[in-house]
Write a protein that binds this ligand. Sequence first.
Ligand SMILES: [Zn+2]
Length: 64
Amino acid sequence: MSETGDLIPRPKSQFLKIKCNCGNEQFAFDRSSTIVKCEVCEETLVEPTGGLANIKGEVIQVLG
Ligand SMILES: [Zn+2]
């Protein structure tokens, strides 16, 4: 029997600063379970996938 516990990736969510095509910048979690829309143009910025969210906008900053 071997110890393989270290191979299991830890679910670590990060806070992202995302820039929309319209120039608006807002924050969202990279494991968001809900759709995050731009507060200005209502473009979808983050789409939940069940795991790591699908980021549609441009990630300009990652905050641990
Ligand atoms: Zn926008």
